[in-house]
Design a protein around this ligand. Sequence first.
Ligand code: GLU
Length: 449
Amino acid sequence: MNAYIERTIASVKQKHANEPEFVQTIEEVLSSLDPLVNAHPEYEKFDILGRIVEPERMFTFRVTWMDDEGKYHTNTGYRCQFNGAIGPYKGGLRFQKNVYPGIIKFLGFEQIFKNALTGLPIGGGKGGSDFDPTGKSDAEIMRFCQSFMTALYRYIGPDIDVPAGDMGVGGREIGYLFGQYRRLKGTFENGVLTGKGLSYGGSVIRPEATGYGAVYYLNEVLKHEGEDIQGKTIACAGFGNVTWGICKKATELGAKVVTLSGPDGYVYDPDGVTTEEKINYLLEMRASNRNRVQDYADKFGVEFFPGEKPWGRKVDIVMPSAMQNDVKMDSAEKIAANGIKYYIEVANMPTTNDALAFLRSQKGMIVAPSKAVNAGGVGVSALEMAQNSERLVWTADEVDRQLHRMMETIHRVSAEAAEEFGLGYDLVAGANIAGFKKVATAMLEQGVF
Ligand code: GLU
């Protein structure tokens, strides 16, 4: 490997030994960049790698809130403004009890390249809190969001940093966060957040965008292989917003999602999550805050596998769409043994690095990386920002058309970047190279700081 890359990885490993997820994404991205860094000696001269692995700014803040019994609780809030070379920092907020700096940094780092791949002017950022929304009442969620925004509002803005949702943060939370921002600022700056409700500046298709985009990307891969999506079976994970969008679009195109998962296990529905009733039930399950996928099995009389993951199922396409490190070596071995041809990552970093390397080395298997596949979500967030700044509202057809085109372009640009360096149809390396190159160019042109 290129010595400059090796040195950068070694120093991140040493400095962030207690943040394994961050080290993991740095190793994954940087090790793909060998041919690019070899071809660009100016990266080392101006220390692009050393600079890009260091967040421009990251801070924590205190979030104290009152529960329904009148008891006070204090959580930690985070915002990482990782790289602003190509646009205002942009990225979601995650509310989950396991949130700590290593999670925020890994998500922020991935976000830089994902956002660059959209082709739109957005930098990389991420934030969140170790607040656990499970079992919280609506009033508790509102008070938490208000306290969170009270601490954060001075440091964000439509041209500074634009948060959005991620796990634990959906339309309801964005509404409370925006309400508090507006109350504190005294201006109607709705471009400060995306994923808003339609009544105050949200974009149509934003809730569906990540899942729709993932299926559009999958479709490009299938076309490349001369195959049709019609009739294909898909194993998904989770049952949240992203998986919901995949089920909707897959159904529309004649494919079917046959597995869903949760912290309690997975369900197998051989008929697919294809009816309106089933697809809508995913929203109900999420809104209940119970975080149990067994509810789906109970309601629709399908099999539930407690404590298991769906990756041993023989399907046409595997789309891990739940969370980071969901697919480890043992699952990867099952996927390979089942002869699955399409491994399409959807969640951020859903595969451990050893499992990813193993899958990429399987002959005939096509691996697509999440930072490209799930970029449609943040891409439509950027379209929401555009509508807000123009004080315009676009139609669903217009947004969907732009999303579709964006995903085609991301696939093409990734494939071309890999091709340019003689790597063949390597979508993982191609996405890293294309995303990185754009950001590095902007950094070089703006001088050293
Ligand atoms: N959290 C989503 C992501 O991982 C969306 C971010 C956004 O829309 O800003 O890309």
